[in-house]
Unconditional design. Structure first.
Length: 88
């Protein structure tokens, strides 16, 4: 993931006083897990392997909606691999 704190004073203040680095880490983990889970359950298993870029695009959009109030802008998300259980 590549993200930045917007460089205006209000965004910096929102990040420092309303979120902070430790809470940001927890929220990112929670939000990305949820975004992936929701996306995966909406796609047939035989189609999921080739959709890395679509998942990343949706994730960036959702993360920006969630974190913009804290002054954070997500620019890039890379999904390295998708692994399905061997039973599938």
């Amino acid at each position: 993931m590549v993200f930045k704190i917007k460089d205006d004073e209000e965004s910096i203040r929102n990040f420092l006083y309303k979120l902070g680095a430790a809470r940001l880490d927890t929220m990112i983990l929670t939000e990305t897990d949820e975004a992936i889970r929701n996306f995966v359950f909406s796609i047939p298993h035989d189609k999921i392997l080739g959709l890395n870029s679509e998942i990343a695009t949706i994730m960036i959009k959702n993360l920006n909606l969630k974190f913009s109030k804290y002054g954070i802008l997500f620019e890039y998300v890379s999904i390295i691999a998708i692994r399905l259980p061997w039973e599938i």
